[in-house]
Design a protein. Sequence first.
Length: 119
Amino acid sequence: MTKELSDIVAEHIRAVNAFDTDAILATFAQDAYVNDNRREIAGIVAIRRWVEKEIVGDKVTIEVRDVIDHYGDTIVRGAYDGEYDKTNLPKELILTNYFSVRNGKIVSLAIIFNQPSPY
């Protein structure tokens, strides 16, 4: 089911696109975890370091392409851009973000470079 981007996930995307470290961190629970590129980043202190270096530091932006509600979790597919190393990446990098939100905060976020399925 497709839905509009709203609530804390919308705020997260806005904060990423504004390069606002504090606003990004405000979207996460203190004990949240992120899986980015098969790396587990656990807790707000580690998430801050990741955001400062790899999100805000690399000036990452996300252009939302699709939003899906899946049993209360939010799946966002977006075109990523920024000043990160783009070696061996497609010209248009589409990543899928799997958000779990509890009590108005992101408790988990998995960012995956999915491949098309033959099914």
